[in-house]
Structure formats: structure tokens, C-alpha cells
Ligand binder design. Structure first.
Ligand SMILES: [Zn+2]
Length: 101
């Protein structure tokens, strides 16, 4: 049985719930504002520290997911250049079958 855990949404701060995905270190969230989305543990950490406008941008996306797809937020580290590498949040739509749902 899937165990849902209550936690405030990392995007909008509303009461939400999630469960851990079997694959990877990711949470499958259901928020009454933002709908369904997946966020990796690392991405969630960055989101919580991100400015509100960044969270707002991500919060608008899950509802736009095409049929059979889900919005997935991960951290992508850009290739190292002259500057110190900075972890970047990135979101994309992935087919549920690819996520294992
Ligand atoms: Zn939300």
C-alpha cells in the first residue's frame, strides 16, 4: 500500500501530500493548487531556498502537463566553466510510463 505523507507544497506552500517513488530519490506530490508533480529530493531542497518568483514559475507548470505526462523537477548541474558551477533547477514533462507510474 502506498503511504502518503503530509507536507506543505514546495512550490506554493499549501497543504499537500506525497509519497516516495520506488525509483530514485524523488517525491510524487499531489497539491490542491499545483496538481500532480514529481520533485527530486535535491531539487526540493533548492526550491525551498529559491526566490518566490522561481517557485511561482514552477507552480504554474504541473497543470499544463499533457495527457499521460507529469511535470518533473530535477537539478541539472551545468558543465563547469570559468565560474563556480551552480546547480540549476530544471523542469520538464515526462511520460508516466517512463517514470514507472
Ligand atoms: Zn502547490
Amino acid at each position: 500500500m502506498t503511504e502518503y505523507i503530509k507536507q506543505n507544497c514546495p512550490l506554493c506552500g499549501t497543504t499537500a501530500e506525497y509519497y516516495w517513488l520506488k525509483m530514485g530519490n524523488s517525491k510524487y506530490y499531489h497539491c490542491s493548487n499545483c496538481a500532480y508533480f514529481i520533485v527530486s529530493k535535491r531539487a526540493e531542497h533548492l526550491l525551498i531556498e529559491a526566490p518566490q518568483h522561481v517557485r511561482d514559475e514552477f507552480a504554474a507548470k504541473p497543470q499544463l502537463a499533457p495527457e499521460g505526462e507529469l511535470f518533473v523537477i530535477i537539478v541539472s548541474s551545468p558543465p563547469q566553466a570559468g565560474d563556480a558551477p551552480r546547480a540549476e533547477l530544471s523542469g520538464s514533462f515526462l511520460p508516466k510510463s517512463q517514470i514507472g507510474l
